[in-house]
Design a protein around this ligand. Sequence first.
Ligand SMILES: *[C@@H]1O[C@H](CO)[C@@H](O)[C@H](O)[C@H]1NC(C)=O
Ligand SMILES: *[C@@H]1O[C@H](CO)[C@@H](O)[C@H](O)[C@H]1NC(C)=O
Length: 354
Amino acid sequence: MIVFLTTVSWSVKQTTNGETYNCVDFYEQPAFDHPLLKDNKFNFQPSSSYSVDSSGSSNKKQSDIWLNGKGCPIGTVPIRKTTRDDLSRAESAAETVHTNTNDNLHPQRYIDDNPNVHVAVLRTSEEKKYYGAGMITSVYNFAVSSQQYSSSRIKLQNGPDSIVVGWTINPGLYGDNATRHFIYTSTKDSHCYNTLCPGFILMSPDTPFDSVLQVSEREKNIRGQKFFVRKDAASGDWVLQIGLDNTTVGTWPQKIFSKLNDSATYVDWGGEAYSASSEDLPPMGSGFPPMRSSVLDGYGRQVTLVDENQQVDYNPPECVTYTSDNKRYKIFDEGNVGGEIQRLIVFGGSSGPA
Ligand SMILES: *[C@@H]1O[C@H](CO)[C@@H](O)[C@H](O)[C@H]1NC(C)=O
Ligand SMILES: *[C@@H]1O[C@H](CO)[C@@H](O)[C@H](O)[C@H]1NC(C)=O
């Protein structure tokens, strides 16, 4: 018997937050608009060797995210339904923050390139080859104006190429004050957010990428989200994994990069805050100055680095804390505290004048 399956009932999915996703054929996703990926020969097989031990976080199960308990069908990927407004917001948001890194800049100076962008991060202090980085970061929500954003994220960079992954409150990008996942991809030729970025290929049919995240209640109920980015040794492509089960969400083919196709030479973990006006900076972390407590502060735990031997380092050496505005934003490296927390950083700040 031949069963004709109509795809109509599958083409749109809703999350329990009321967001709408289109289930787009894998090869029809925006990533393949990239001139280098147009040939559709992409055949990515994630290797099974990515798992990093972790526990004690509170990510939602996939089945809790989707209204009917199920994501998109195999062979398709969920792309958030975007309006023309969403697109133009995303484009201008990507332009505003672009840090115009030139090839010759020393890695330690990458983040000082844009005076409106502030960070409080742990960062590598030696220019070595790095093949990945991860952390579980606590997720918060607080007020951010339309001329600001605030994120907890990981950044991997080499020259003009960078990958930034984490959560953000970014009204300029999303049109609201919700806390969501984001990625920001920069190459010599382009810089853009999320799945609108030609080059970032979504892999998972049931992981909505830029959906609204459950956030922590300070002191009471702390919610963490795990992010892990790694260069696949076999294919050379960069892979994004989210959640404790290390779900492979997507991949950046190495051929879109001119430097990250080799390795990252710089990695940092922590908070990033932007304001168009230096008179008024947004909160960071949990929205409060760090008290050096994992239930009060924005934190990154299980801070990991994939070293030049492709080994996951659970206590990355040669890392130093750095903050671009020590009055407003602070970060503490608590070292490897063991247990489920391992390498711990706490960071943040409240809003106010620069
Ligand atoms: C976000 O919150 C700020 C402060 O409460 C408010 O001024 C702004 O209008 C909000 N933005 C959006 C897009 O909701
Ligand atoms: C990375 O790309 C650049 C520019 O296309 C190329 O010159 C270089 O050889 C590549 N490096 C690796 C390791 O593939």
